[in-house]
Design a protein around this ligand. Structure first.
Ligand code: ACO
Length: 269
């Protein structure tokens, strides 16, 4: 059983204790948020464990699926963080507020590591979302490259309604996907976006009936694996860089990647 340490603590706890499952089947890894009785609420330990899974991902893995057990994908951060007692062993926001700002920012940076690796060019990450994806749950779905939604999915960026900002890497993909105006509207109203609207806004690649979610993700991952690893990695890297480059710079990047591809395809011929 994989173990994880968090918050600078020497104490190690298992993925099961964190409420996660991690399974690898050939080229596909599946991470399951597995605390359905608490609607898969997330803690700092969840994010440390996610980061550790990213750090130790088996080399053969090309697809990472993130799913939630039970009726909700994830109801966001564990609300015990807002209580004076906090989450046992992990502190509380009240305790974090007493840290100096740079130490507190470092703690948030560690949490963000749990999300950032999902964008690595050598993998494709897919969120399978049913029911609620609130706050950190919505941001975890946004951290993935692709989102498949059950038609009962309910997305909500609730942080501003709780006096916070979304800080788990979700603001950039949200703006990239829906545009600044819609992102402002969704976040500052903290309203719920249903599956049909999410698809219309570009927040979902696919919407299916809840009982079809697993099969739809399986079909999508099989289709993604139809291309070879090196070409897929280079193409994802190219696409990821596109919005930050001019057309000329992007054309140059295409040339560079293609030269490497064709040299490797025809090496020795
Ligand atoms: N943290 C801790 N426990 C939670 C959370 C959470 N975020 N969400 C749900 N739970 C617990 C409930 O306390 C309840 O526990 P109990 O059975 O011991 O009383 C159990 O999960 C089931 O929750 P219900 O509310 O009964 O489930 P329901 O399906 O009716 O509602 C919903 C689901 C809408 C997700 C509701 O639980 C909810 O609003 N949760 C809080 C969402 C939230 O504000 N998250 C923080 C977002 S901000 C951020 O992530 C940074």
């Amino acid at each position: 059983m994989a173990e994880v340490a968090f918050g600078g603590s020497a104490e190690k706890i298992s993925l099961e204790e964190v409420g996660l499952r991690f399974e690898v089947d050939g080229e596909i890894a599946t991470i399951t948020l597995d605390r359905p009785e608490k609607r898969n609420a997330q803690t700092f330990a969840t994010w440390s464990a996610l980061a550790q899974i990213g750090d130790t991902l088996p080399q053969q893995v090309r697809i990472v699926v993130i799913r939630g057990e039970g009726p909700s994908f994830s109801a966001g951060i564990d609300l015990r963080m807002f209580t004076p007692e906090g989450v046992p062993g992990q502190g509380s926001f009240a305790a974090s507020a007493a840290l100096d700002s740079s130490a507190f920012e470092q703690r948030i940076a560690q949490a963000q590591q749990g999300f950032l690796w999902l964008r690595r060019p050598d993998i494709v990450s897919v969120a399978a979302v049913q029911g609620h994806a609130i706050g950190a749950g919505f941001q975890l779905a946004l951290a993935c490259d692709l989102r498949v939604l059950a038609d009962d999915a309910k997305l909500c960026m609730k942080e501003p309604a709780l006096g916070l900002v979304p800080d788990l890497t979700g603001t950039k993909p949200l703006v990239d996907l829906v545009g600044l105006s819609r992102a402002v509207e969704i976040c500052l109203t903290a309203r719920t976006v249903g599956a049909e609207e999410a698809a219309r806004l570009g927040l979902a690649e696919l919407v299916v009936a809840p009982q079809e979610l697993e099969g739809a993700v399986r079909d999508l991952t099989a289709a993604l694996l139809a291309t070879g690893r090196d070409a897929a990695t280079a193409t994802k890297r190219l696409l990821q860089g596109a919005s930050g480059r001019t057309l000329e710079e992007q054309c140059a990047a295409e040339r560079r990647e293609q030269v490497v591809r064709i040299k490797s395809l025809f090496a020795g011929s």
